[in-house]
Design a protein around this ligand. Structure first.
Ligand SMILES: Nc1ncnc2c1ncn2[C@@H]1O[C@H](COP(=O)(O)OP(=O)(O)OP(=O)(O)O)[C@@H](O)[C@H]1O
Length: 276
């Protein structure tokens, strides 16, 4: 999990501190992990343990005036930590995509889904509007979204959460990023849409070799999807292991406690969904 050479994404000694009136306060510390091409790394831990802070730091989404990020975050060997906003904008979406819990937050309410999809494609490619729209439709067909032309004409609020999440995944997938950071991508969805989204992510991983950092509090999702898992508690990694090892022989007391509350989603026991 940590051999830097094979890792597409490598995080070393990450420490994130927030500025307060009493000085800097650590939110996450000593975070070390790597993800190889085509692999899924699960990140689990209770609410507030630092999962989102870790993912936002990887994507350099924090305002550097309030947040101090130390350590190294390399994507295909390139250091991301400390890059300027305009440099990160070139990388986000193209080389590393972010899928967040609430897809509504990913879209601007005042523009149509199509406008936002096409502009995202155009900001990373030399395609003109017509070509970008064609690509958007192709990718939406790839993720089995019904009637892509109609969806593109909709505003975000006109689509269901599940539909919007799949559009966001289509947007994330269309530029074949090396890494997808998916922060609780299924939490806001009903079971049917959870399954669709997980299968889509798995398809993108297997077809494009995309590495996925999958953040979830749902150990059922992690068990289905992840190759390796890291467990966080109070801003630190307390355990790292292969998924089978973690579920069968958890070492840390906190991991054992998490596993006793294990739910929920048994993907293989669900009816087959004919979409992929
Ligand atoms: N922008 C911020 N400024 C100050 N503190 C923050 C900020 N973002 C997160 N925190 C704090 O950092 C800690 C970790 O939060 P984080 O959102 O990473 O947790 P999480 O594991 O993702 O939780 P959840 O599962 O509920 O999303 C929490 O104590 C949170 O209050």
């Amino acid at each position: 999990m940590e051999t830097k050479g094979r890792n597409i994404l490598h995080v070393k000694d990450l420490c994130v501190r927030v500025k307060t009136k009493d000085g800097y306060m650590p939110l996450v510390q000593d975070i070390n992990f790597g993800i190889e091409k085509g692999k899924v790394l699960g990140l689990v831990g209770e609410s507030g343990c630092g999962k989102t802070v870790t993912s936002m730091s990887i994507l350099q989404l924090f305002n550097q005036k309030n947040m101090n990020i130390q350590g190294s975050i390399t994507l295909k060997g390139r250091e991301l930590n400390g890059l300027k906003n305009n440099e990160m904008r070139q990388i986000r979406g193209k080389d590393i995509a972010f899928i967040m819990q609430n897809p509504m937050n990913a879209f601007t309410p005042v523009f149509t889904v199509g406008h936002q999809f096409v502009e995202t494609i155009r900001s990373h490619t030399s395609l003109n509007k017509k070509q970008a729209k064609k690509l958007a439709i192709e990718v939406m067909q790839y993720v089995n979204l019904p009637d892509p032309e109609k969806i593109l004409k909709n505003y975000p609020f006109q689509l269901s959460g599940g539909m919007l999440q799949r559009v966001m995944i289509a947007m994330a997938a269309c530029l074949h990023p090396a890494v997808i950071v998916a922060d609780e991508p299924t939490t806001a969805l009903d079971l049917y849409n959870q399954l669709l989204v997980l299968r889509l992510l798995d398809r993108i991983r297997s077809e494009y070799g995309t590495a996925i950092l999958l953040i979830s509090h749902d150990l059922g999702v992690i068990a289905e999807m992840a190759d390796d898992v890291i467990v966080m508690q109070n801003g630190r990694i307390v355990e790292k292991a292969n998924v089978f090892q973690l579920f069968e022989h958890p070492h840390h007391e906190y991991t054992k406690k998490l596993l006793t509350t294990r739910p929920s989603l048994q993907v293989e026991q669900q009816p087959v969904i004919h979409m992929l």
